[in-house]
Design a binder for this molecule. Structure first.
Ligand SMILES: [Zn+2]
Length: 120
C-alpha cells in the first residue's frame, strides 16, 4: 500500500499523499521530508511552534485550487516508520507544512476548509 501511494504521489508530482486520498482508512501518509518520500504511519503532532507562516498550498485531491494556509513553522512529529520503529522528528518550514497538510487529510480537513474559515 505504501509503495502504491508513493508511486501515485510521484506520478502526480506531489510532495505528500494521505491514505484517505486513495480511498483507504489507515492512518498512513507519505510526505516528502528533506527531499525524501517518507512513509509515516500513525502520525501524531505532539508539539507546535507559536510562530506560524501563511503560504499558498495546493492539493492532489483538489486540482487547480490554491489556498493560503497558515501553518506552524516548527512541529514535533511522532510516527511509526516503514520498519515498524517509533520515530520522533522535529520538522521546520516546508517539511512541517507538508506534514501538517497530510495529517489534516487523516483528520478529514482539506485546504478549502481554511479558506472557508477566513471568509466566515
Ligand atoms: Zn492534500
Amino acid at each position: 500500500m505504501i509503495k502504491d501511494m508513493t508511486e501515485t504521489m510521484h506520478a502526480a508530482d506531489g510532495v505528500g499523499l494521505a491514505a484517505s486520498q486513495v480511498g483507504r482508512t489507515e492512518r498512513v501518509c507519505i510526505a516528502v521530508i528533506g527531499g525524501r518520500a517518507t512513509p509515516i504511519i500513525n502520525p501524531a503532532i505532539t508539539d507546535r511552534s507559536m510562530e506560524t507562516d501563511a503560504d499558498q498550498e495546493g492539493c492532489l485531491s483538489l486540482p487547480n485550487v490554491w489556498v493560503i494556509v497558515p501553518r506552524h513553522t516548527v512541529i514535533t512529529l511522532e510516527y511509526t516508520d516503514i520498519k515498524g520503529k517509533k520515530q520522533q522528528r522535529r520538522l521546520t518550514r516546508f517539511d512541517a507544512r507538508v506534514v501538517q497538510h497530510e495529517v489534516d487529510h487523516l483528520d478529514g480537513v482539506l485546504i478549502v476548509d481554511y479558506a472557508a474559515r477566513t471568509d466566515a
